[in-house]
Design a protein around this ligand. Structure first.
Ligand code: NAP
Ligand code: FE
Length: 367
């Protein structure tokens, strides 16, 4: 298999990097659509910092602050109509994976007429506005991926739009926006980042570059395990997690995710389990499954965490996740079926059959 690595996004890192690089915004256009969730961007200082830079640059903006977690098609079509009505030249997304993913789809739909039934068919043109992203959770890495993952009610799951035109032009990584993030969101998003790095190493597309990035991401997240358990994270650790999340995004931008994500989508769609938590609930049993055919790969992953066994890893995840959701036998059947059909599952170095997926779901979450 021919392997490849591509990531065209300019990253700016460190405290106040937005303020110190205000000229970056001038290159994007005269008017921005700022895409956020309902509250966090207003509270953590990120929106204020962006507005200050736009004012200083004499640039104008419109604000679309209606993105919910796991964004819906209705949300992105509404955001696109607003972008068109406001005649914006570029998009700024501030927030977790939900506003960043929504911003990519809003941008695409504002530039191209794509009906709902064609959105996931990937048969669109190349028109797109430039984008600037400010991640404020440390988990999805969406700022460096070409994916926009949306709730797909038609298939009762989450489905990805993927195109190189969806990479943002510039990203600002400033961990000060994550400092007051509640511990449950901090843990869940850190587990999402960990899952990206681990799944990237278990993908058929894993390559020299993605493996190097993945090991570094895993090492940084594992160095925060104890603090994640206590809920007390230093400023430096917040930055470590933010960097690890971006590294994880860089991994999956070339490797994609695997069966863990495809099974996790059902937990989110049907049980409203947070995305990162959903992955965490399944990751341990997936490692056990892959270990049977690829023990050295699992050893590599564990050694990046300085752990000796999958059992130790599962113990840490159990402590971080607390009481687990439980699934009935019927639910497990349905979710295994959906995951077996997904492209993510076929991306694993060992492709799990439906029976394998039932076993992983059963081990992780049966009543
Ligand atoms: P999220 O849904 O973006 O945000 C979760 C919650 O965190 C929201 O209530 C949000 O509040 C809050 N929040 C965000 N930043 C905060 C901060 N600094 N302090 C306090 N609260 C904050 O969660 P996420 O886990 O980051 O993103 C999950 C989404 O990303 C899913 O849809 C998933 O499928 C997707 N994803 C995408 C990729 C990709 O490559 N594109 C990869 C993995 C996951 P507000 O709503 O008020 O902002
Ligand atoms: Fe994810």
């Amino acid at each position: 298999m021919c392997k490849e690595y591509y990531m065209p996004t300019h990253l700016y890192m460190g405290e106040d990097c937005i303020k110190t690089n205000s000229s970056v915004f001038l290159q994007m256009g005269k008017k921005a659509l700022i895409v956020t969730g309902a509250n966090s961007a207003k509270k953590n200082g990120s929106l204020n910092d962006i507005l200050a830079v736009l004012s200083e640059n004499n640039q104008s903006w419109a604000l679309y602050d209606k993105v919910m977690s796991n964004p819906t098609l209705a949300c992105v079509y509404e955001g696109a109509a607003y972008a068109k009505a406001e005649k914006v030249d570029f998009i700024i997304a501030i927030g977790g994976g939900s506003p960043m993913d929504a911003a990519k789809a809003i941008n695409l739909l504002a530039c191209q007429d794509i009906p709902e039934n064609k959105l996931f068919s990937m048969t669109f043109g190349s028109e797109i506005m430039p984008m600037v992203f400010v991640p404020t959770t440390a988990g999805t890495g969406s700022e460096v991926t070409s994916y926009s993952i949306l709730t797909n009610d038609h298939l009762e799951t989450k489905t990805s739009i993927s195109s190189p035109i969806l990479f943002p032009k510039a990203v600002f990584l400033d961990a000060k926006y994550t400092e007051n993030m509640p511990i449950d969101i901090t843990v869940n998003t850190a587990i999402d980042a960990l899952s990206h790095a681990v799944e990237g190493m278990l993908s058929v597309r894993a390559n020299l570059i993605s493996d190097s990035l993945a090991r570094e991401s895993i090492r940084r997240i594992a160095s925060c395990f104890e603090s994640l358990k206590t809920g007390l994270l230093s400023k430096e650790q917040r930055f470590e997690l933010l960097c690890a999340s971006t590294l994880g995004g860089m991994v999956i931008s070339s490797t994609k995710t695997t069966a863990v994500h495809s099974m996790g989508y059902s937990l989110t769609y049907f049980h409203n389990v947070d995305h990162g938590r959903a992955n965490g609930l399944l990751l341990g049993a997936f490692l056990e499954y892959i270990q049977k055919s690829h023990p050295q790969r699992i050893k590599d992953i564990l050694s990046a965490m300085r752990l000796g066994s999958v059992v130790e890893f599962k113990r840490i995840l159990d402590e971080l996740l607390g009481d687990k959701e439980r699934l009935t036998k019927e639910e497990i059947e349905i979710y295994a079926d959906k995951a077996a059909m997904s492209s993510n599952s076929k991306n694993s170095i060992k492709i799990p059959s439906k029976e394998d997926l039932i076993e992983i779901l059963h081990k992780s979450l049966s009543t």
